[in-house]
Design a protein around this ligand. Structure first.
Ligand SMILES: [Zn+2]
Length: 106
């Protein structure tokens, strides 16, 4: 038990040291020049979120066909749209956080 703890601790310290050393040289480049991996992730996220929106729109179209376009359905669909936007906002933040995380590691 003790042994594992020490090993784990050393690993954490090691990666932190490596991370911060790399960070010094890399952070300024990363923010100033927007390296391609950041760009790529951003594109991936955008594509993914576009697909999500398409899916919701399809879902809502089928709903309209099934239930007719009435006030209740419109309210429901508005709520769904809000839900998606909330979700995507969180997702975006998540991606940024992972970017930061990677910046620390490489
Ligand atoms: Zn619905």
């Amino acid at each position: 038990m003790m042994n594992w703890n020490v090993k784990a601790l050393k690993r954490v310290i090691g990666s932190t040291l490596l991370g911060s050393t790399m960070l010094v040289g890399f952070a300024s480049v990363a923010t100033a020049q927007n390296p391609y991996w950041y760009d790529r992730d951003n594109r991936q996220l955008k594509r993914h979120q576009k697909q999500e929106k398409r899916d919701l729109k399809l879902h809502q179209r089928l709903e309209r066909e099934q239930f007719g376009n009435n006030a209740d359905l419109r309210r429901h669909q508005k709520e769904e749209m809000r839900e998606l936007k909330r979700h995507q906002k969180h997702e975006k933040r998540g991606y940024n956080w992972r970017d930061n995380d990677r910046r620390w590691r490489y």
